[in-house]
Each structure stands twice: as structure tokens, then as C-alpha cells.
Design a protein around this ligand. Structure first.
Ligand code: GAP
Length: 441
């Protein structure tokens, strides 16, 4: 199946449900449009994606600090950021079949693309979810579910800078939920109304903005490649001037070839000093940075790599999916990078007797005690068990067999090559740890 075939998407959606990656939210009630739940494999996968991002953006860097800001913020934040007045999409409805469309996604506004009915005039639709804080549902208590995590970073700019004593160029990173009342959600977890973002705001002296913009666009593209996504499924696309958000001087998308075509995975924007200046004006508290060398205050420019954890997870799933072989030899393999794979190893006793299950259990607990997320599988033939692990994307299968009883060696099977070799039972934790480390280099 071609990487951009629509059939691939439905195959992936059903595999995700069957194997426990992703379920429809509230399924027993008929589901809730655009809401999805991550099952046992999916939650591990998405956590690994977020951890890989956090490692590369925060843990392994001296110039970026982390933050976890609240979802609900002072309503003035959204006035200052421009989201109250400007964060809207143009919407039209069909008067006949009542379908709703984003006007900018239609080829013509003359007629409904579904039933050829007459369309309404374009209306602006604000994407922010509103709710009420406190017991009274009056105007003064209206708050918004954040539509981006970035604003929590901007309003905390000086708090973090002073607490961490970092100087521009430096960054603040955050992972968290965002909410947008999208007019046309869809394509599985690609565009949803509740999603998780992984955003980093990099504050730089204004004259260095272009240099850092170049730096982050290459760095972020490379991150997806480092975690195994094929180069030919990734590209950078620079925004045209008329596509730019109200705050941006420049923006480039990292695009991925999804089954529904090339689409945005992450945006890297030059947000200039727009946000820090706006919040200074609206709050009456200056967020200017005091430079000790020049003894002057200035507003740093911001380069923002803004990624989506769900969208990245979908890209890793699509990229990993592979159908190989013919007839009885055919198999589905999720070729996840070992650092991203939900389960790292599976321990499989060849038969349910002769002490093999007990030996296998010992290996299994050793792996768990060393924080290596593993499975123990004793049911059905060894071939079927390998097939189950291939579909889950488990990179290493460890088999306990007759020879193990004699010399305490086990078989390790590599998922992608299906190559098998023996090693001692005692060394397996170190073998898997070394393999994981080598793969992440
Ligand atoms: N702070 C800038 C910002 O929010 P964005 O391009 O609107 O920029 C950044 O969003 C990333 O967040 C996107 O590239 C995408 O990965 C993710 N994202 C945005 N809207 C989404 C949605 N409705 N569903 C899933 N992910 C979304």
C-alpha cells in the first residue's frame, strides 16, 4: 500500500483499535466526534514521543528550562495575545444538508460540495472554548481553555528567567493540553478539539532572530529523522506572507506525508517581540529583559518550534507501519524506533512446561525491575506470538527453550531483520540496555 493511500489510513485506524493503541472516546455511547482515548500501547507510545522531545529540548540542553503552566489563564491573556479578536476561521454552512465547512478549504463558495445546496455567507468562528469559573455564569466569570501552551510561557518569561538565571539566547519548553473548537476536525488524531502540544519559546537578542530561526528549523526536522522517520516522508514548507499568523514574521512547517497527503506536523515561527510587548502593555508590567552588559532593557525576539504530541504520534505510527511477505509468510510489522516503541522486549517460553515458564518469568521481572517495559506471553504457537509482538512494534523477543535449561542461554530475535542469536540469560538486561542506547545515539 502506498504511503499516501487512503486505504492505509483505515487499515491503521483498525489496527490501532484492535491492538489497543487508540480507541474512540465514549465509544459505547456512539463516540464523541474528534475525541480519542489512548489504550495500553498508545499511552506508552505517546509518552515515549513526549519524553524523546523533552530529552532533546530540556534534559540534554543547558540553555532551555521547563515549565508546566495552568490550562485556565486570566481572560486578559487572550485579549493581549490577539486570540479573542483574531483566532477565528471563516465558516460557511449548507442551507440544504446543514454541513459545515471552512470557507478557505473550499474550491468554490457557489454551492455545497456535498449536495450542491446553497451556502450561507462567510461567518467568523472563534476557535476558543469558553467556560465559567465559579458558581455564577455571568460575563465576569468567563474563562477560556487555552488554544496554545505558548501564552503560559510568555506570561512567565521573567519568572523563569530570574529563577533560572538564564540569559538570551535561552528557551522555555512546555508540554500540555490545548483546546480548539475546530470547524472541521478529522483524519483520526491529526486534527482534534482536545490535543497535546510540545512547544518551546526561544528568546534571542533581536539581531540574532534569523540565525536562530535557521538553527531551529534544521534541528526540529532532524529530530523526526533521529527517531526513525524516513527522510523522504518529511519536508520543510515555508509559509507565504498571506498565510502568516498575526504575530509571525516568518514561519516554516515541518510536513509529513500522511495517507491523506503532505500536511503540517510542526510549525517553526519567528514571533518577533509581539507577545512580550503585548503582555507588557495589557498587564501594565514590563516583560523587558535587563541586559547587564549594555545596562539596557530590551524585548527579546522569539523563535518558536511548536509541535503536536498527537500529530507526531500519528506520524510515527504511519511511518512504522509495514506489511511484508506473501501468503503464510505475510506479516504486519510496526517498525518503531526502539526509543519510541511502546514495549521494548517480550519474553516467550517455548512451551508451558519443563520449567521454561518459571525461567522466562525471572527474565521478565528482571527487565521490569530495570524499567524496561516488557510483555510476557505464553499463549499460542511461537510464530503467532512473534506476529503479535511485530504488530505491537516490540523490537526484541526473548525466547526460553530447551537449550536454556541446559546452558542458561536464550534466543534474542530482532523485529525488523528477524535475525536470531543466543546470549546468556544473565546478560539480557545489559544486552537490551546497550541496544536501546545504541539506537538512540
Ligand atoms: N503556538 C503556536 C501554535 O499553536 P499551531 O501551528 O497552531 O501553532 C502547533 O500549532 C502544533 O500543534 C501543530 O503543528 C500541530 O502539531 C498541533 N496542533 C494544532 N492544532 C491541532 C489540532 N486541532 N489537533 C491536533 N494537533 C494540533
Amino acid at each position: 500500500m502506498a504511503a499516501n493511500s487512503p486505504d492505509l489510513m483505515s487499515t491503521i485506524v483498525s489496527l490501532c483499535k484492535r491492538r489497543g493503541f487508540i480507541f474512540q472516546s465514549s465509544e459505547i455511547y456512539g463516540g464523541l466526534n474528534s475525541c480519542w482515548d489512548y489504550g495500553p500501547l498508545g499511552v506508552e507510545l505517546k509518552r515515549n514521543v513526549k519524553e524523546a522531545w523533552w530529552r532533546s529540548m530540556v534534559t540534554n540542553r543547558r540553555d532551555i528550562a521547563g515549565l508546566d503552566a495552568s490550562i485556565l489563564m486570566h481572560p486578559k491573556v487572550w485579549e493581549a495575545s490577539g486570540h479573542l479578536s483574531g483566532f477565528s476561521d471563516p465558516m460557511v454552512d449548507c442551507k440544504k444538508c446543514k454541513s459545515r465547512f471552512r470557507a478557505d478549504h473550499l474550491e468554490t463558495l457557489e454551492k455545497c460540495p456535498k449536495c450542491s445546496g446553497e451556502l450561507t455567507d462567510i461567518r467568523k468562528f472563534n476557535l476558543m472554548f469558553k467556560t465559567f469559573m465559579g458558581a455564577l455564569e455571568d460575563q465576569s466569570a468567563t474563562v477560556y481553555m487555552r488554544p496554545e501552551t505558548a501564552q503560559g510561557i510568555f506570561v512567565n518569561f521573567l519568572n523563569v528567567q530570574q529563577a533560572s538565571r538564564l540569559k538570551p539566547p535561552f528557551g522555555i519548553a512546555q508540554i500540555g493540553k490545548s483546546f480548539r473548537n475546530e470547524i472541521t476536525p478529522g483524519n483520526f488524531i491529526y486534527r482534534t478539539r482536545e490535543f497535546e502540544q510540545m512547544e518551546m519559546e526561544f528568546f534571542v537578542p533581536p539581531e540574532e532572530d534569523e540565525k536562530w530561526y535557521e538553527y531551529w528549523r534544521e534541528k526540529r526536522l532532524q529530530w523526526y529523522k533521529d527517531y526513525g522517520i524516513k527522510s523522504e516522508s518529511l519536508r520543510l514548507r515555508e509559509h507565504e506572507k498571506d498565510e502568516l499568523a498575526h504575530y509571525a514574521k516568518a514561519c516554516v512547517d515541518v510536513e509529513f506525508l500522511f495517507p491523506f497527503g503532505w500536511s503540517e506536523l510542526e510549525g517553526i515561527a519567528n514571533r518577533t517581540d509581539f507577545d512580550l510587548k503585548q503582555h507588557s502593555e495589557f498587564s501594565g508590567k514590563s516583560l523587558a529583559y535587563f541586559d547587564e552588559t549594555s545596562k539596557k532593557h530590551y524585548f527579546p525576539y522569539v523563535i518558536e518550534p511548536a509541535a503536536g504530541a498527537d500529530r507526531a504520534t500519528l506520524a510515527f505510527i504511519v511511518d512504522a507501519y509495514s506489511r511484508e511477505g506473501e501468503g503464510k509468510e505475510a506479516r504486519t510489522v510496526m517498525k518503531f524506533h526502539p526509543a519510541i516503541a511502546p514495549i521494548k522486549a517480550a519474553v516467550l517460553p517455548l512451551v508451558k512446561k519443563d520449567g521454561m515458564p518459571e525461567m522466562a518469568e525471572k527474565i521478565y521481572y528482571d527487565l521490569l525491575d530495570n524499567s524496561i517495559k516488557s510483555h510476557f506471553d505464553i499463549a499460542s504457537s511461537i510464530g503467532r506470538r512473534y506476529a503479535r509482538q511485530d504488530e505491537a512494534g516490540t523490537p526484541y523477543c526473548i525466547t526460553v527453550d530447551n537449550q536454556t535449561l541446559e546452558d542458561q542461554t536464550i534466543t534474542v530475535r530482532e523485529r525488523d531483520s528477524r535475525e536470531q542469536y543466543r546470549t546468556s540469560m544473565d546478560s539480557i538486561v545489559e544486552v537490551i540496555k546497550t541496544k536501546m542506547k545504541d539506537a538512540t545515539r
